[in-house]
Design a protein around this ligand. Structure first.
Ligand SMILES: CC(C)(COP(=O)(O)OP(=O)(O)OC[C@H]1O[C@@H](n2cnc3c(N)ncnc32)[C@H](O)[C@@H]1OP(=O)(O)O)[C@@H](O)C(=O)NCCC(=O)NCCS
Length: 150
């Protein structure tokens, strides 16, 4: 996908953003994160979601939940036609800035063992493996990863 990366804007996700993607969430983003789950996430005072937009089109989003000074990365998802263009990188960079601003010390996440692209992205940002949950997903194990925020 050819596009001008300098035009990508990262903002805090709101309900309007969610409404804009509700009809294409399953097909163009991911088949796990439903409108209802995300609506609940956005309603929580402990959750922060970021959205990546180009010319007002939503091309990705990511969010985390905080528990005292720790956080859990809930998801990071790029629109299928925009993958491998650096949007995941951009979202992750901004997630880390949000965590720093909130003085979060550690962030954890779970990722399917066969999700190579996500694991590479996380490793690139310094996440390291801290455990394995056998058969956590229907057809895969989960790798538990962690990152200490400076
Ligand atoms: C994981 C995901 C968010 C990455 O987003 P992206 O915009 O495609 O990633 P980027 O283009 O910014 O690439 C970031 C890094 O990820 C890795 N990466 C991305 N796609 C990859 C692939 N197909 N194979 C291997 N590594 C890959 C690379 O290490 C890349 O680093 P590089 O720029 O130094 O090469 C995207 O693939 C996605 O939405 N997947 C489906 C949802 C998902 O599984 N989310 C994670 C679990 S919740």
């Amino acid at each position: 996908m050819e596009f001008d990366k300098s035009k990508v804007a990262i903002t805090i996700m709101n309900f309007n953003d969610l409404d804009k993607i509700c009809n294409c969430l399953q097909n163009e983003f991911d088949d796990f994160w439903t409108y209802d789950i995300l609506k609940e996430e956005l309603s929580s005072e402990h959750s922060i979601y970021l959205v990546a937009k180009i010319d007002n089109q939503i091309i990705g989003f990511a969010g985390f939940k905080t528990i005292f000074n720790e956080a859990e990365l809930m998801n990071i998802i790029v629109r299928k036609s925009f993958r491998n263009c650096g949007i995941g990188n951009l979202l992750m960079k901004n997630i880390l800035l949000e965590l720093q601003a909130r003085k979060i010390a550690t962030i954890h996440l779970e990722v399917a063992k066969n999700n190579i692209s996500a694991i590479h992205l996380y490793q690139k940002f310094g996440f390291y493996e801290v455990g394995l949950r056998k058969n956590y997903y229907k057809d895969d194990d989960a790798i538990l990863m962690e990152l200490t925020i400076n």
